[in-house]
Design a protein around this ligand. Structure first.
Ligand code: ATP
Ligand code: MG
Length: 594
């Protein structure tokens, strides 16, 4: 189980990233670094004190959507490594793209990372950063590259540039603008900055190697013109850095030591190193510069994590919003009832490797059961109600309207106390706990059979009532005297079945959303298939059920085990004492296992 996210855990399974960090710490690779207290260039850090953080990692989301379970993996990895090795993890909004970011997403990301249990305030310093705060430095670095003959302004059209890039088998063709002098390039670049050119008229490119076998090194674009208002810098800039240029610089300014990203960035690493090495040589950054390490993405079976496809689910109203309990967003998982502990345990348990991994969804449910088994209070709930009438009530209980019963809130945690409820002449039971013509091995209610009403008495079924269509409307049974749980001799009558129930007189009505997987296929979008074709029509079933009275006053987000049914949570948006709404997180056992 994952423990407190802020304190080092018990030993975790080793992985290659831990190996790298441990070797770095042993070799003292990062031990001479100084930190200026805030992000900044080489001079700023040089003037600072020795960096109190032994390593620095970062989680760098683009604020253009809601975080999902894949991001949770990255969050747990980056914050977890920093925690385990005496480091600090920064939360950085990668907001270099002026048109896509929104405050709604910024707020949601902050809330999601906090909810997962992580924090970027360390000893009074708030390590929450914005990539757009580095635009000035990025521009200055670009001018330095131009001055050193390492970057040039290219006026080819986008199509020409693409055609001249070549492919795996063909080297690229140098741009006719590649031979310009640094002075010419600088003048042009400043014109770009000053708004003298239209979007797409020209770009700034690194001057590396048009014949490189790594296409990312064939003079990648560093800056493009975009006359757009940015949420942070307003109209100050009309040229914006490309992600591949911005990201290494963001890492360097923040003194990141281990820049951990997913595998698709592997081919970008040579450029990452080229850029930071040159900026260090030009005196703008301190050495050693950050190092990039790639790990495999986490994929969950029965889940899609592409932001575009998740957005389609929301826009096409296939789900009820970004926090729909069937969504793999952190907000959706939270509303569904998953705990931060269960998500961290899944993420930590999946390690880090050099290949993308597919984790079976049941692993997450298993982590949830492990977490809640010892924590969640128990309660009885009837989700598909059928009335049970105790026909000899007056003979056994005399004039009493009800008979008090109790049960422990948790079977292994007496300190949580007892739940109180009562038997009465009419009870709600589960419809499928009765069978007029029982199949072999059915031990619950059928005429002539005895069962125990859990925490109550033993009853013997005598028959049922039906409506005109022949549907069963009530089950009839008689109470066996002196069988009440907890009283002497209660076990004298042996029964094979025990069923759950709630009293008609004291049950609480509740809406219960019985959720299941959103897709019926393990890889809903495999091979380019339309994920809409793999939707599970039974992913949400709404039932009107009955809960035991001890659940009156249950607060939102309380997680419970409904005995025999699984784990449930009081919905964090819709639940209220007057109108209880519960969501099923998962069943008690994995029902999807083959
Ligand atoms: P998407 O592809 O869903 O749009 P993204 O990677 O573009 O996601 P970012 O906001 O850029 O979204 O991601 C922030 C961080 O989360 C990145 O470092 C990214 O590598 C990481 N990340 C995203 N998805 C996964 C995943 N499935 N497994 C592990 N890390 C992931
Ligand atoms: Mg991205």
């Amino acid at each position: 189980m994952a423990s407190d996210p802020k304190t080092p855990d018990a030993p975790k399974p080793s992985n290659f990233l831990r190996g790298i960090i441990e070797r770095d710490l042993e070799a003292g690779t990062w031990s001479q670094r100084r930190f200026g207290g805030t992000p900044g260039d080489g001079a700023h850090h040089r003037a600072g004190a020795p960096d109190p953080a032994r390593i620095r990692t970062r989680f760098p989301p683009e604020p253009n959507g809601y975080l999902h379970v894949g991001h949770a993996k990255s969050i747990c990895l980056n914050f977890g490594l920093a925690r385990d090795y005496g480091g600090v993890c920064h939360l950085r909004f990668d907001d270099t793209n002026p048109e896509k970011e929104e405050q709604e997403y910024v707020d949601a990301i902050i809330e999601a990372v906090r909810w997962l249990g992580f924090d970027w305030d360390v000893n009074g310093t708030r390590h929450l950063y914005w990539a757009s705060d580095y635009f000035d430095f990025m521009y200055r670095a670009a001018e330095a590259l131009v001055g050193a003959g390492l970057a040039y302004v290219d006026e080819q059209s986008a199509d020409e540039m693409r055609a001249n890039r070549g492919d795996f088998n063909t080297p690229g063709t140098p741009s006719p603008f590649r031979g310009r002098t640094p002075e010419e390039n600088l003048a042009r670049f400043r014109e770009m900055r000053d708004g003298r050119h239209a979007d797409g008229a020209m770009v700034l490119r690194a001057k590396i190697d048009m014949a490189s076998p790594n296409i990312n090194l064939r003079d990648p674009t560093l800056y493009r013109i975009k006359h757009a208002t940015h949420h942070n810098t307003g109209d100050r800039w009309c040229l914006y850095p490309m992600y591949t240029y911005a990201h290494p610089i963001e890492d360097a300014l923040e003194n990141i030591t281990h820049s951990i990203c997913t595998l698709e960035f592997e081919d970008q690493r040579p450029f990452y190193d080229w850029l930071l090495d040159n900026l260090a040589t030009l005196g703008l950054l301190e050495r050693p510069t950050p190092r990039q390490h790639e790990f495999g993405r986490l994929n969950l079976s029965y889940v899609i994590t592409s932001k575009r496809k998740l957005r389609a689910l929301v826009d096409e109203k296939i789900v009820e919003g970004w926090d729909d309990p069937r969504m793999p967003t952190i907000f959706g998982m939270r509303r569904r009832g998953y705990t931060p502990e269960s998500i961290r345990a899944m993420a930590d348990g999946s390690g880090a490797s050099k290949t993308n991994i597919w984790l079976d969804y049941s692993v997450l449910d298993g982590c949830l059961r492990d977490d809640l088994e010892g924590k969640a209070a128990r309660a009885m709930a009837v989700l598909d109600p059928l009335k049970l009438k105790l026909t000899n009530w007056a003979d056994v209980f005399g004039g009493a309207a009800t008979e008090p019963c109790q049960a422990p809130a948790h079977p292994h945690r007496p300190e949580l106390g007892q739940r109180q409820f009562a038997l009465g002449p009419e009870l709600w039971i589960e419809r499928d706990d009765f069978s007029e013509t029982p199949p072999k091995g059915f031990f619950r209610l059928f005429p002539g059979n005895k069962v125990r009403l859990k925490y109550g008495v033993v009853v013997e079924c005598t028959g049922c009532e039906k409506d005109a269509s022949g549907a069963v409307t009530a089950v009839l049974a008689k109470v066996l005297p002196d069988t009440k749980s907890g009283t002497p001799g209660a076990d004298a009558v042996k029964v094979k079945g025990t069923i759950t129930w709630v009293g008609v007189h004291d049950a609480i009505a509740a809406t219960v959303n019985v959720y299941d997987r959103l897709f019926t296929e393990a890889q809903p979008d495999a091979g380019g298939r339309d994920f809409r074709e793999a939707l599970n029509p039974a992913s949400k079933r709404v039932v009107e059920g009955w809960l035991e009275p001890s659940l009156a006053g249950t607060e939102r987000e309380t997680r419970l085990q409904f005995e025999r049914h699984g784990y449930f949570v009081a919905d964090r948006v819709l639940h209220s004492a007057g109108r209880p709404v519960f969501n099923r997180v998962t069943t008690l056992k994995d029902s999807w296992a083959k």
